[in-house]
Design a protein around this ligand. Structure first.
Ligand SMILES: Nc1nc2c(ncn2[C@@H]2O[C@H](COP(=O)(O)OP(=O)(O)OP(=O)(O)O)[C@@H](O)[C@H]2O)c(=O)[nH]1
Length: 915
């Protein structure tokens, strides 16, 4: 057998995935691809010094902003490392197990071997100078992978504690590769991330990895894709096991009808390619299976794509005669049109350096460029829609049409959007989303941005629509993992870094606009790109500085951690003075501790990680009035306020407002209503600023509102009986203008003090009446198990853990497992019968198309349940022991629920005695 590079063995007339990998550059030593790659790697310095003028000239259609999503340990980092190596970005392959990868660059990540932070890396595929130096037009008869593309790769974390981080990175992707573990198949977390990607309508391809491992089952995994992810798997490659059930040595490509074989133990740059006739001689059964795979592929595409049907007839109804380029075009149309529900599936074993280059070709050939990606969602002044529609003026027209008719006798209220939005929107120069904030030891705080429109220029003034402030962008960078190049601007569709911002946080929307005003014209100040909800934190821990002098630095560092990760929360308990850090999971807080103490060298220690219980009232308090009267900073401060607290149910948080209501807002599960009867608020039509002739000098309604709200929030942070934060509680604060305001002596700190004292007293009043109750976080839990362990897992959840089983689905398609994440469109999707899906037989299996499901004891089942978080601590270990290591689960916070008296007593006893 001759091992030769792809280039030499390429069959004339066969193009496409795999065959075009290395055609874009002249190969210096044609007989060996390694030489070509090292030559490209040698040009790295020159390539990386490319200035931004080059970046601007890049055509967007040769750019891919993609992410890799998967279950923990499916092989994201291992695959990424190979992508960087084959693209010439690195000279050697990093190893997750040795802690030498490029993407997992935080010390905490390297130590644990898991990905915590998303890192954005830019490389070119096929190797070359990316989109910049390519000819303006491309030969339409060649696949896109014939010319070099710029790939911006976002590595997303896989652990459930970092779901929020996954969401955050997902929303800036134009396409994604979903990696499945070929042994474990579709796991619970894969379903969760898949759902999130569906929410953002991200086109995807699937890569089944780890096919070298014992027990790898590509066919079973493909069937699970159809049944559990509710899509049609378009099998583009089938695994090549030597002799049918020997070692995994490569893949057979159903698009180009060829075999790709890698030599064991090599770095994967040399691939032996065989056409169907050669394959017939070397692996007859595989060649036959490849024919079946090609027939199934053409059939599947014909169900959705008219163009391929025509081609099929042109080819005398011969599935094998349809040209590969037509199949690639058809696959691309189906991937971009999500209603087709077709997802291409590829195969490999990244760790063995097999399958990654064809996957990279698929990224370029099948995933969308930024202009082809779905229009990113924006919200602007209460209106939601696509950014492109907003920029073209369509969004506002629709709002006009949809605006409800005014009540009889009332004039239609003019919203800012209807004022003169077109004029304002025409002033928008660029619009970007800060999707990641990282504190870099050498360069300071780096804000990763995805630019959606216009061009973000160096030194431009950026208005942050979340924080309502402006800051200048002094430096811009193009990032290569932990390497960077200075640039002058970041064009639309690209990902870059702004250095030197002091306030921007992860998730903030940044705008630049024409004119020299400090704020952009309305309604631009309210433009938000793909806003996401931060779930409530359910674990907390105390953080203590080692000495008083360390306290300031510790708080500064915590501030940085919060800018990086808004799903962390910091609060200070007013009575004990203790600083509390809360987050989404135990691992989340452990990582925060590592970052604080090991990376940022804060001299502080963290207490035990505990569940964040809450407290709620059982009845309505009396109306309590407090007058705050103290000297603050040498100045007499006096103000008063009346507070009433009462419980509200989660579903019934209505924000009824009348003209005396200054604020009605729901914050962290509580509602704050501020009333100031007779305040006579006047709103300036020019800048929306409010004034009132009845307020003391120096005070305006906005300051009054903010001071009272802050006071109430401080009081709600500590319940009267159990000292846990209050939840499902409504505080109504009333300011009586005649009795609670004292001229010049009424300052904002006095108002805030009065609100805090009155709310605290009203909360205490609850104890004299109906009392308070402890609340606990209850989780939505989805558990994947085999049929054989179903009984014991269900019994354990419902009897030992006090859980409530909602459903026991056989091959539950994702639309049925978690209504909260699925879209309305998904809910109405008909289920897909896995027995009608083409999947090649797994080693030791016999049939292929329409193969029967595996024996019933190993049939996958999905349990959906609601379980108190306390009972889920350490659950993975227990689940593994119940399921012989095969069970997996994911969970997310559903709500906080009142605890029964005996449960409350038991938990309190445990808390007092310690875990
Ligand atoms: N046998 C085999 N092992 C693999 C393969 N790909 C990855 N692994 C191993 O699987 C483990 C997890 O791989 P990672 O690349 O860290 O997985 P990940 O998905 O990035 O994991 P997180 O970063 O924790 O989300 C490591 O021990 C890898 O060496 C493969 O193709 N075959």
């Amino acid at each position: 057998m001759v091992v030769a590079p792809l280039l030499r063995l390429r069959q004339p007339g066969l193009r496409g995935i795999g065959s075009t990998l290395y055609r874009s550059r002249p190969c210096p030593v044609e007989s060996h691809i390694c030489s070509q790659i090292s030559q490209i790697a040698g040009q790295k310095a020159q390539c990386f010094s490319t200035s931004l003028s080059r970046w601007q000239s890049e055509t967007l259609d040769r750019t891919r902003n993609i992410g890799i999503i998967a279950h923990i340990d499916a092989g994201k980092t291992t695959t990424t490392e190979r992508m960087l190596f084959y693209s010439g970005f690195t000279r050697r392959i990093g190893d997750v197990d040795e802690g030498s990868t490029v993407t997992d660059f935080l010390p905490a990540e390297r130590a644990r071997g898991i990905t915590i932070q998303s890192a954005a890396i830019t490389f070119h595929w096929p190797p070359g100078d990316g989109a910049g130096s390519q000819p303006a037009t491309q030969d339409p008869s060649a696949p896109k992978s014939a010319v070099s593309h710029t790939v911006n790769l976002i590595d997303t974390p896989g652990h459930a504690d970092f779901t929020f981080e996954v969401m955050r990175s997902l929303r800036i992707l134009d396409g994604a590769v979903c990696i499945l573990d070929g042994v474990a198949g579709v796991e619970a977390q894969t379903e969760q991330v898949w759902r999130q990607a569906s929410k953002y309508q991200i086109p995807r391809v699937i890569y089944v990895n780890k096919l070298d491992r014992d027990g790898a089952a590509f066919g079973r995994t493909v069937r699970e894709v159809s049944s559990r992810l509710a899509v049609y798997p378009a099998v583009c490659q089938i695994p090549w096991f030597e002799g049918g059930n020997g070692a995994f040595v490569g893949v057979a490509d159903a698009v180009n009808l060829q075999g790709l074989k890698w030599k064991a133990g090599e770095d994967g740059r040399t691939v032996k390619m065989m056409n169907l006739e050669q394959l017939d001689v070397e692996e007859h059964d595989l060649a036959q299976e490849l024919r079946r795979a090609r027939i199934a592929l053409v059939e599947l595409l014909s169900d959705q794509d008219e163009a391929i049907v025509e081609k099929f007839f042109e080819c005398d109804e011969d599935h094998l005669a349809v040209p590969p380029m037509d199949i690639i075009d058809s696959l691309r149309r189906c991937v971009l049109d999500q209603s087709s529900r077709i997802v291409p599936v590829f195969a490999g074993a990244s760790f063995r350096n097999m399958g990654v280059q064809p996957l990279l070709d698929a990224v370029v050939n099948l995933l969308p460029s930024p202009p082809e990606a779905p229009d990113p969602e924006v919200s602007i002044g209460g209106v939601k829609g696509g950014l492109r529609r907003l920029l073209s003026g369509d969004l506002i027209v629709e709002q006009d049409e949809k605006a409800p008719a005014p009540a009889k006798g009332k004039k239609k209220k003019k919203t800012a959007l209807q004022a003169d939005p077109k004029d304002a929107i025409s002033k928008l120069q660029s619009c970007a989303l800060a999707f990641k904030v990282v504190n870099d030891a050498k360069r300071g705080v780096l804000v990763y941005v995805r630019v959606y429109s216009g061009s973000l220029d160096r030194n431009s003034l950026l208005f942050n629509t979340n924080l309502h402030l402006s800051e200048r962008a002094p430096r811009l960078l193009k990032m290569y993992a932990n390497d960077a190049v200075e640039v002058d601007s970041i064009p639309a569709g690209h990902i870059g870094v702004v250095v030197g911002l002091k306030h921007a946080r992860t998730g903030d929307t940044l705008l630049s606009y024409a004119g020299n005003k400090p704020t952009p014209p309305e309604p631009l100040t309210r433009l938000q790109l793909r806003p996401i909800d931060v779930p409530p934190p359910v674990f907390f821990t105390s953080v203590e500085p080692h000495s008083l002098s360390e306290e300031k630095r510790m708080h500064e560092t915590l501030g940085l951690l919060l800018r990086e990760d808004p799903s962390l929360h910091v609060s200070v308990d007013e009575e004990s003075g203790q600083t509390l850090l809360s987050g989404m999971g135990e691992l989340h807080l452990e990582i925060a501790r590592d970052r604080l103490i090991n990376d940022h060298k804060a001299k502080a220690s963290m207490g035990r990680i505990e569940i964040g219980y809450r407290e709620s009232g059982l009845g309505v308090s009396a109306a309590i009035t407090k007058i705050f009267d103290k000297e603050v900073a040498g100045r007499r401060s006096k103000a008063g306020c009346t507070a009433i607290v009462e419980p509200i149910s989660g579903e019934d948080i209505s924000e009824a407002a009348d003209e005396d209501t200054l604020l009605a807002e729901t914050i962290e599960g509580n509602q704050i209503i501020i009333r100031a009867p007779g305040l006579q608020v006047d709103r300036s039509p020019r800048n929306d600023e409010e004034t009132s002739p009845l307020l003391p000098p120096g005070l305006d309604p906005a300051a009054l509102r903010a001071a009272l709200q802050n006071g109430a929030l401080a009081a709600l942070a500590r319940g009267p009986q159990f000292t846990f934060p209050m939840h499902n509680t409504r505080v109504t604060l009333t300011i009586n203008l005649a009795e609670h305001l004292f001229g010049n002596e009424t300052t904002t700190s006095a108002l805030s003090g009065a609100a805090r004292q009155a709310t605290t007293a009203a909360l205490r009043d609850l104890l004299a009446g109906s009392g308070t109750v402890m609340m606990e976080p209850v989780m939505d839990v989805i558990i994947s198990v085999d049929e054989a362990s179903l009984g014991s897992v269900v019994h354990d959840i419902s009897s030992s853990r006090g859980g409530h089983i909602l459903s026991l689905n056989e091959d539950a398609a994702l639309s049925a497992t978690d209504a909260s994440e699925s879209t309305a469109a998904e809910d109405s999707l008909p289920p897909i019968d896995p027995n009608r899906i083409y999947a090649p037989p797994d080693p030791f299996e016999t049939s292929s198309v329409g193969v029967e499901m595996p024996v019933s004891s190993s049939r996958p089942r999905t349990i959906t349940a609601k379980v108190p978080l306390k009972e889920m601590v350490g659950y993975l270990k227990h689940l593994r022991s119940l399921t012989a290591g095969r069970g997996t689960f994911v969970m997310s916070v559903d709500r906080f629920e009142n605890m029964s008296a005996p449960r409350q007593k038991a938990v309190l006893a445990e808390l007092r005695g310690g875990f």
